[in-house]
Design a protein around this ligand. Structure first.
Ligand code: PBG
Length: 312
């Protein structure tokens, strides 16, 4: 069979339009610092982020998701819901220069708290309801700054409903929510925690992230989030959980996103650098596999590399 014919009967087509590129914003100016465990990925100051977004747009990638590293961290993560916080400033700057680019924001407190947990901590406990209130405030400041969509990543109970109500009350009824609905307690987030400087100072996130051994639980979490008003459902990480992506897509038929997380990226980069695998080939195989499993959208640090590869 010729390549032309093969492409005519191909079931799955990976497109640059499926991709969302994660970006890490830091305070300062002209800052561009590579994350050692994630070659090709940088923490960038707002001016650099804007330049990066121009490139992203030119490559045909439709959307970015922003993570912020604030100047100061404190017990209650104040930087997360400050209207002049790092992400809020980045959103305004991007929307001014590249208004067509879809700006999504990660809504969580872990990058902003001194203890690195996703919410308010008392003793050894993370307080659900108090934390959710702050996530609502964080979401509102993002949307007021111009964000097109918010993506709560904490996994606290009731946060989608609360954020939906908060946005609606402020007149943002048309702003969708992409919920990190099936988020596993995973070792694959390691490099991200270097990038976002958000390693928990004590304990871990197992109280609110899911056990990798569970699949039915993911269905219940997703169902709840859809019920609470989530517009897009995310499964995270992607590769060890492709069965979950497929189940979610088959059962609920909602727009489904998969997060090809930091550790999944770093492994391929590392093996590619050692000459053990063909990096570009493996990258495209992995992204195609995630799409084939049922993902409509893929959050990936490979977005720029993939866009370049797909354009040739
Ligand atoms: C939480 C958040 C995390 C990631 C995305 N959002 C870290 C965590 O849950 O510990 C990880 C993404 C990645 O590993 O690329 N704000």
């Amino acid at each position: 069979m010729t390549e032309q014919l093969r492409s005519m009967v191909r079931e799955t087509t990976l497109s640059t339009k499926d991709l969302i590129y994660p970006l890490f914003v830091v305070p300062g100016e002209k800052k561009r610092k590579e994350i050692s465990s994630m070659p090709g990925v940088h923490q960038m100051s707002v001016d650099q982020i804007v330049r990066e977004c121009v490139d992203v747009k030119t490559l045909g990638i439709p959307a970015v998701i922003l993570f912020g590293i604030p100047e100061h961290k404190d017990e209650v993560g104040s930087g997360a819901y400050d209207e002049n916080g790092i992400v809020q400033r980045a959103i305004r700057a991007i929307k001014k220069e590249v208004p067509e680019l879809v700006v999504i924001t990660d809504v969580c407190l872990c990058e902003y708290t001194s203890h690195g947990h996703c919410g308010i901590v008392r003793g050894n406990e993370i307080l659900n309801d108090e934390s959710v209130e702050l996530l609502v405030r964080e979401s509102l400041t993002h949307v007021q700054a111009g964000a097109d969509m918010v993506a709560p990543s904490d996994m606290f109970d009731g946060r989608v409903r609360a954020i939906r109500a908060g946005l609606d009350q402020s007149g943002f009824t048309g702003i969708p929510i992409m919920s990190y609905a099936a988020k596993y307690a995973s070792g694959f987030y390691g490099p991200f925690r270097e990038a976002a400087e958000s390693t928990p100072q004590f304990g871990d996130r197992r109280s609110h992230q899911m056990d990798p051994a569970n699949s039915d639980e993911a269905m219940r979490e997703v169902e709840l989030d859809i019920h609470e008003g989530a517009d897009i459902i995310m499964v995270k990480p992607a590769l060890p959980y492709l069965d979950i992506v497929r189940r979610v897509k088959d059962k609920f038929g909602v727009p489904t996103a998969a997060y090809n997380v930091s550790g999944e990226y770093s492994m391929i980069k590392a093996a590619g650098r050692l000459g053990w695998i063909d990096e570009q080939r493996v990258m495209l195989e992995v992204l195609t596999g995630i799409k084939r499993a049922g993902a409509d959208l893929i959050l990936t640090y490979f977005a720029k590399d993939a866009a370049k590869a797909l354009a040739t």
